[in-house]
Design a protein. Structure first.
Lengths: 514, 133, 510
């Protein structure tokens, strides 16, 4: 019996099991928890990689849970899109786990740390499950697993404000999940099937029935909230700002992406492309909403003074990009969307990890706390600069690749007005990131000796440089994961063909229906 | 017309309950009432599922040699899971509310927001941007 | 067909200074060693560029594909006559500027010198990258790299004014390039499926005229390094930088990159025929004329020497644009020649300004009375630079003005001859007074001495030396500016190499 055949199941079962074991091990010795979490996430990363490899060679994998045949049994179906997202999620989870030890030590009570890692493993299970499953109800279960662990993780820190943030997220998230449940119920009512591939075959004759249309509506609204598409993003800023840094990092980099993946599944695998274009003008609606999200996210980010809140609003904008690519129904734009799942995870992951480093070292979350850090925390700030340049979309970084695909896709689809929107949001990102970068490296010196000089009339006037502070960067345990992510931002910006080849095949499959 | 109202009474019940729960979740200020509303909301959906599984003349979906036709067992099974999810969510929600009560001393959303607002203002005046740990 | 030679020489030319940066950072504590790396890198870079020259003069083209990121996005280098022309200018002047920088930095005991020299080297690498790029993507990549790497140089002094000005610098350059240039690149790719440069343009017939005109406008707005109005304010703002930065970057590297990319777009993306057909050449020429005249007027009103030079640069850059917008052989030759001619002239002027600041701490023209007696060598070089700007033989500026006028006649556009003439007069109006002030106004020392003598007439003579003592800037700086001034003269007498390159470019595009 080849164990590799069972990877799809193991990738869920192992973290689930070890979520409990982590907590039990924590009763013996708290240090075990981190080690277990690290090993398990790494193991799952290797398994996901192997799964993707198999998919690349042999095509779609269909794994029957417990050997029950679909559509009665639960099927785990992995194709290019799945496999890609699986690898991204497990990799980010691994990196963040690597990073988490010191950060958790600071921001979470020590007696709660076994619980933290336990919840973290549950979150991981939920994310992997959402990605890998081919059964709609199973999707709902895993959505709820992810969400519940998310609510708990946000509230587990010491920060008082996180409690209300988590509660609000809980209420809104439950509404959304229940809407999804209603949608599933309607679909089951008219087709009798819960399997995604099966629904794809059974639904077309029913496309114009009210039940299916209502179900689709519920799905869209519910999933939009999960992935924080404007205007259902209200829970996100507070949740990301007040959660512990590790939680912000992992949630920003993965939960919303997996939510986007779920939306892609529903829109393009369960319902065919023709439905999205002809029956319900959902692509047009999503197009408008994503454009607004892109612009609004960037504009709102400019006025923020708290780093994490700024990054949270920036995430809202970036999610707009992902949805934007799906609405244009051509392969280039869809490739852009899918590749942006990876790219944004890398970029936002880097930025949130750096924010965590800064909080760890100085306790300051405000942008002004970053001033002059270029001397004190050079590596962290270098990572931040790379992440920021990537968000702006400088060539050779990963951000440029996404924008390239989205822009060329938009032009191919004839929607030239998307181009200014993408570029304007790049400019807005440049504004709020450049302000920070400038503060990092060129902290305003002591006041100029000639105070009456207001503009550059006093050219070539030089002031003595303030005494440079000694270097005191974040500990290697936190720094190395951050630098790995930052390095990948550049690596995949240059060697872009590696993820793009997978993303292109995934896009093709979503749109072509093979 | 009458057919729609009387014949599909299960849907009407579920929709009414759902709306009650939804309203409670959104409009009520007390956090516990919100949780209650959430429960009502989720229970409504559970009822809906079960009701759709009913087959005319069917018995409960338990193996019984005198049975001619069974109700659809799948919704029941699905809803067992959903009930567990609902319970889990309620548990997490109540845990959070307990901590909120410990921290803020109240369970009214307005009062909590007021306390947070005051705290934010004080921080701004203090102007350090330091997070309180 | 043009013979293509494959060689990694362009990559080496770009990479030399990047390697030097690493060495510079390592030798942080040893200033002389660090400076050695800068000088070494600049000389090596120039030699590599010169080594490619014979191949180009033979009519061949050097190509090198570095890496293909995605289909359609390749980092590819091509060395052609125009590229090597620009590369020769920039790399040669970097050698001289390096010496000047060392003198300047040490005289003022400036801080953060390693950062300064490192980013200078990166900026020059990026300039080489633009000069040798084979397609729009590589150009855009290195164009942005120039902006980013010159930012720390502009903000070098770290005073509040410097920070504010550098913000404006980045805002203009990065903002317009992302908003307009990138749009134009996307639209071009969408229309043609490629971003490669080609001798007769790639856009002909690929899109409706309206779209082509829009793409053209977007390119012109997006290539703000050419400092055309209304996107010119970044250049005066950049004058807060130390003078070597203003000299090389904002008289040669950055601004010439702007006009170079503009030329590339006009000649190799659109093509002369397409632009004549669309009729946008004349419109562009009028825009450029507007900038020329208005910038000259603004220059008249500046008292700060560097600001006056900055507005003069804005005006002179638009000469290049005007010349190429005429779309005739003479015009194109003029625009290419003006790249090196203006470079040498303007760099001399900036070097002189820096020398004056180091020696006397003076920055305003009104303070420069009689400085010609105090700093004779500097002011002599300055005068030669001024002559070049105005276009008086034997300074090289005459050559580009000549070709510009002949280009206008070829294009049968007489108004532009008037523009050229008017701006020549304006140039004289704002430059000659500086020369006059320097030589013919009485130095403060002289006035002071005379007043003292007059006051002390009755009290017995204290023999005050009424001479103004010569007090030049440190030798490294003075030698540099004399070299560039001589370069200006040399270009007038022996321009054949550069004229040949320019003619080769005209030959392929027309």
């Amino acid at each position: 019996m080849n164990i590799a055949e069972h990877f799809p199941a193991l990738v869920i079962v192992i973290p689930l099991l070890f979520a409990l074991i982590t907590w039990l091990a924590g009763l013996i010795n708290r240090a075990f928890c981190w080690v277990i979490a690290l090993t398990i996430t790494f193991l799952c990363f290797l398994m996901s990689f192997s799964i993707l490899n198999t998919v690349m060679h042999t095509g779609r994998i269909s794994y029957h849970m417990g050997a029950w045949e679909p559509p009665w049994g639960i099927e785990y179906a992995i194709d290019y899109l799945n496999g890609f997202v699986l690898v991204v999620v497990s990799f980010i989870a691994f990196i963040v786990t690597l990073y988490s030890r010191k950060s958790v030590g600071l921001e979470i009570d020590e007696e709660k740390s076994p619980a933290f890692y336990s919840l973290y493993m549950l979150l991981f299970t939920g994310l992997m499950g959402m990605t890998i499953t081919g059964d709609i109800f199973n999707l709902y279960v895993f959505i709820e697993i992810t969400s519940l662990s998310g609510y708990a993780l946000i509230a587990i820190g010491r920060r008082r404000n996180s409690l209300m943030a988590s509660f609000n997220y809980l209420i809104l998230g439950t509404i959304a999940a229940t809407f999804i449940l209603i949608g599933i119920g309607y679909l089951y009512m008219v087709t009798g099937s819960l399997n995604m591939a099966d629904l794809r075959e059974k639904l077309p004759p029913l496309y114009h029935s009210r039940v299916v249309l209502t179900a689709f509506g519920f799905f869209t609204v519910g999933l939009s909230l999960k992935l924080a598409l404007f205007p259902l993003h209200i829970w996100l800023p507070n949740a990301y700002t007040y959660a512990p840094s590790v939680v912000s990092a992992i949630m920003a980099a993965t939960s919303t992406k997996v939510g986007a993946y779920a939306m892609l599944r529903i829109l393009f695998t369960v319902f065919k492309v023709e439905f999205d274009l002809n029956v319900v003008p959902v692509t047009k609606i999503l197009l408008v909403l994503s454009c607004i999200a892109i612009i609004a996210g960037s504009i709102l980010a400019i006025s923020q003074t708290n780093i994490k809140r700024m990054l949270a609003y920036s995430s809202v904008g970036q999610i707009g990009y992902i949805v934007l690519g799906t609405t244009m129904a051509n392969q280039t734009a869809m490739t852009g969307s899918i590749i942006h799942i990876l790219n944004h995870a890398l970029m936002k992951g880097t930025l949130f990890l750096v924010a965590g480093c800064v909080v760890y070292k100085t306790g300051i979350e405000d942008i002004s706390g970053l001033k002059g850090m270029g001397q004190k925390m050079p590596f962290s700030m270098a990572a931040f600069t790379v992440g920021a340049l990537s968000m702006v979309g400088v060539p050779l970084t990963v951000g440029f690749i996404s924008k390239w695909y989205l822009a060329t896709g938009a032009l191919k689809a004839g929607m030239w007005f998307i181009l200014p929107i993408i570029l304007i949001s790049s400019l807005l990102s440049a504004i709020y990131f450049w302000r920070i970068i400038e503060g990092i490296y060129f902290a305003p010196a002591v006041s100029s000796q000639h105070s009456e000089v207001s503009t550059y009339r006093s050219l070539d006037h030089h002031n003595p440089h303030p005494v440079s502070r000694s270097r005191d960067d974040a500990p290697p345990g936190m720094l190395i994961p951050t630098l790995i992510l930052a390095g990948l931002c550049i690596f995949f910006g240059i060697a872009a063909y590696i993820p793009v080849s997978v993303a292109e095949k995934a896009a093709n499959m979503l749109l072509g229906g093979t | 017309m009458i057919e729609i109202i009387i014949g599909k009474y299960n849907y009407w019940i579920y929709i009414t309950l759902m709306m009650i729960g939804f309203y409670a979740m959104i409009a009520k200020g007390n956090l516990i009432k919100k949780i209650i509303g959430m429960n009502i909301f989720q229970t409504a959906v559970i009822l809906f599922y079960i009701s759709t599984g009913k087959v005319w003349g069917g018995t409960a979906p338990i193996l019984w040699d005198k049975a001619v036709i069974y109700d659809n067992p799948i919704p029941h099974v699905l809803m067992l899971t959903a009930i567990v999810v609902s319970v889990g969510t309620t548990a997490v929600a109540i845990a959070i509310v307990i901590r909120i009560y410990k921290e803020y001393g109240t369970m009214e959303e307005d009062a909590i927001l007021e306390i947070e607002r005051k705290q934010a203002e004080e921080l701004r005046k203090g102007n350090t941007g330091q997070r309180e740990i | 067909m043009v013979e293509i030679v494959h060689s990694a020489a362009p990559l080496c030319a770009i990479g030399v200074s990047l390697v030097a940066v690493i060495l510079m950072v390592i030798s942080k504590g040893y200033p002389n060693l660090r400076e050695f790396w800068t000088i070494g890198a600049s000389i090596l870079k120039f030699s590599i560029v010169v080594s490619m020259l014979p191949t180009i003069l033979d009519g061949k083209v050097i190509e090198y594909s570095l890496y293909s990121i995605l289909p359609g996005l390749d980092i590819k280098f091509r060395v052609d006559p125009m590229g090597i022309f620009f590369a020769l200018t920039a790399s040669f002047l970097w050698i001289i500027t390096s010496f000047y920088s060392i003198g300047y930095m040490r005289a003022l005991k400036e801080h953060a010198q390693t950062r300064y020299f490192s980013f200078f080297a990166i900026a020059l690498s990026a300039t080489m990258g633009v000069a040798f790029s084979a397609n729009l993507f590589t150009t855009f990549l290195f164009y942005e790299l120039i902006t980013l790497s010159t930012f720390p140089l502009v903000a070098h002094t770290e005073t509040p004014e410097a920070i504010k000005s550098s913000r404006r610098y980045i805002a203009y350059l990065l903002g317009t390039s992302i908003a307009f240039q990138l749009s134009a690149i996307f639209l071009t790719y969408n229309a043609t499926g490629t971003l490669e440069f080609s001798n007769h343009g790639i856009l002909a017939g690929k899109a409706p005229d309206m779209l082509l005109i829009i793409i053209f406008i977007l390119f012109m707005a997006g290539i703000t390094k050419a400092a055309m109005m209304p996107f010119h304010s970044w250049l005066p703002a950049a004058m807060v930088a130390p003078t070597p930065v203003s000299a090389l970057l904002h008289a040669v590297a950055v601004v010439k990159t702007g006009v170079f990319v503009l030329l590339k777009v006009i000649l190799f993306v659109f093509g002369v025929d397409l632009l004549s057909k669309l009729g946008v050449g004349t419109a562009l020429a009028y825009f450029a004329s507007f900038t020329i005249i208005v910038a000259s007027f603004i220059a008249l009103r500046q008292d700060n020497l560097k600001l006056r030079l900055a507005y003069s640069t804005i005006s002179q850059l638009s000469y290049v644009v005007l010349a190429v917008a005429l779309l005739t052989p003479g015009g194109i030759t003029a625009s290419i020649m003006h790249i090196i001619i203006h470079a040498f002239g303007k760099i001399t002027l900036f070097f002189a300004a820096g020398a004056i600041y180091v020696a006397t701490r003076k920055t305003n023209i009104s303070e420069l009375n009689g400085i010609g007696k105090q700093m004779p060598l500097t002011m002599a070089a300055f005068t030669i630079g001024v002559l070049s700007m105005i276009g008086v033989p034997p300074a090289a500026g005459f050559i580009s003005k000549w070709y510009m006028i002949s280009g206008s006649i070829e294009a049968r556009q007489i108004p532009f001859i008037i523009v050229i003439a008017a701006s020549t007069i304006l140039n004289a109006c704002y430059f000659l007074p500086i020369v006059y002030t320097a030589y013919f106004k009485r130095h403060d020392n002289e006035i002071y001495n005379e007043e003292w003598r007059m006051l002390n007439k009755g009290y017995g003579m204290i023999n005050l030396n009424s001479e103004v003592r010569i007090k030049e800037a440190p030798p490294l700086m003075v030698v540099s500016l004399i070299l560039t001034a001589i370069g200006t003269l040399v270009l007038f007498f022996w321009p054949s190499l550069f004229l040949e390159l320019a003619r080769m470019v005209v030959g392929v595009v027309i």
